[in-house]
Design a protein around this ligand. Structure first.
Ligand SMILES: [Zn+2]
Length: 169
């Protein structure tokens, strides 16, 4: 079977095509189109078909995962949506994959240190965040969303500096 995996991230949409018989793998990266993320996903889909010299009807499985959707599901936000398409497809099995293609649990201790050095509080199970500027735990979450959907906006009560905290997902 020929399988395609689409991961819509905040900045880029990654599309991977796997030919299970031969074991060959192709991948493309296209910009995510925030106004309508389907546009970017379809562009990636077209490009991966060109790259692998495949036609849409050759594809037997499409797995669609997105860290953005995962964020919305985790927070119970977002509308119920479905992408259903038939043109050029035959017997395609479309599956929404919520299993994370990546999880913040995989960020190493070194990664945590680098985030802190960059002024971003690393993710963790604690409901309090340590200020990356002064180390105080007298902090508060100002907004669930920072500059990107994967981070929350926090503020330090000790040094009054704002900072972002990577959310667990
Ligand atoms: Zn501080």
């Amino acid at each position: 079977m020929i399988r395609i995996g689409i991961d819509v991230g905040g900045t880029f949409t990654d599309v991977v095509l796997l030919n299970e018989e031969s074991g060959q793998i192709w991948s493309v990266k296209v910009p995510t189109t925030p106004a309508n993320r389907v546009v970017g996903a379809m562009e990636g889909f077209k490009r991966i078909l060109e790259l692998s010299a495949r036609r849409a009807q050759d594809i037997g499985f499409i797995g669609h995962g997105t860290t953005m959707a995962t964020n919305m599901v985790v927070e119970h936000k977002g509308a119920r949506t479905a992408l259903v398409t038939t043109a050029g497809f035959r017997d395609v099995h479309i599956e929404r994959v919520l299993f994370p293609p990546w999880t913040t649990d995989w960020i190493t201790e070194r990664g945590h240190e680098r985030l802190k050095a960059y002024g971003i509080a690393p993710p963790g199970p604690s409901t309090t965040a340590e200020c990356p500027q002064c180390g105080s735990t007298e902090t508060e979450e100002v907004s669930r969303f920072g500059a990107t959907p994967c981070k929350a906006q926090w503020r330090c009560k000790s040094c009054a500096e704002p900072f972002e905290r990577f959310k667990c997902h």
